[in-house]
Write a protein that binds this ligand. Structure first.
Ligand code: IPE
Ligand code: IPE
Ligand code: MG
Length: 247
């Protein structure tokens, strides 16, 4: 009897076929904490540590951009104590920007509606962005008070304003125009979206950009997500056949 030889497992990343831009929905902090009988805040703290680790790893392997979903437009609906805790965590992280970004080549950006964030946080964001200004490595988009629907509405309003002011015609509102007016307009296209924690939904993340992104999910809660898991996601991505509607 003939036995077909099992196809050899691909065990390492092919550097010539990296996803250019990865979106990560950093979910499962609460469940991680619950499993350990810890407060949700401990989960968010652990999630923040994972975030730093994964961004550095992505920069190291040559990913051009990463968008990390840190706070959605819907997350305001959580209990005030949790929202306050998340904002405090964010502020503390930004306060340590010198230390956090020293020796890295990360370019920090923030996407989302910053007008709802406190002045204190906005100042800290500006300062942190300034620190990474001269860097040339990975673009790190922190999605804060970010919603994909809001982002599309914002782009539509930019187009409407331009038409109203006679700067363009309605026919000039194209996919390319809207694409450029997303927060990620000058980033490489989003090739891969990762959602840990077992949920199978986008939760208002990168709705426009996900049109042809590859989706990858895992049951691991975000605080437990490791470099190895990111490697696994990229290897899986490299096995996908991206057809873009063609045969
Ligand atoms: C993600 O973890 C963090 C934010 C949404 C800010 P969650 O807090 O949503 O964790 P789960 O989904 O309750 O486990
Ligand atoms: C998505 O997670 C938002 C972030 C990770 C920042 P959620 O926990 O808010 O998503 P849902 O509510 O489960 O869809
Ligand atoms: Mg969640």
């Amino acid at each position: 009897m003939l036995f077909k030889k099992k196809k050899e497992e691909v065990r390492s990343i092919d550097p010539s076929n990296l996803p250019r831009h990865i979106g990560v929905i950093m979910d499962g902090n609460g469940r991680w904490a619950k499993n350990r009988h810890l407060p949700r805040s401990a989960g968010h703290k652990a999630g923040a540590d994972t975030f730093e680790k994964i961004v550095k790893y992505c920069d190291k392997i040559g990913i051009k951009a990463i968008t990390a979903y840190a706070f959605s437009t819907e997350n305001w609906n959580r209990p005030k104590a949790e929202v306050d805790n998340l904002m405090e965590l964010l502020y503390n992280y930004l306060q340590m920007a010198e230390e956090k970004f020293a020796g890295t080549n990360i370019i920090l950006r923030v996407i989302g509606d910053r007008s709802a964030l406190s002045e204190k946080i906005n100042k800290a964001i500006d300062h942190a962005i300034e620190i990474t200004n001269g860097n040339t490595g990975i673009i790190l988009n922190m999605a804060l008070n970010y919603g994909g629907q809001d982002e599309i509405v914002r782009a539509a309003r930019i187009a409407a304003e331009a038409v109203k002011n006679g700067e363009m015609t309605p026919e000039e509102i194209t996919k390319e125009f809207l694409d450029k007016n997303m927060y990620t307009g000058d980033n490489p296209p989003v090739d891969l979206i990762i959602r840990p924690s077992g949920e199978l939904r986008l939760s208002n993340f990168l709705l426009w950009q996900s049109a042809y992104a590859e989706l990858w999910y895992s049951d691991i809660n975000w605080p437990d997500f490791s470099e190895k898991d990111m490697e696994r996601a990229i290897i899986d991505y490299q096995k996908r056949n991206r057809r873009f509607g063609k045969v």
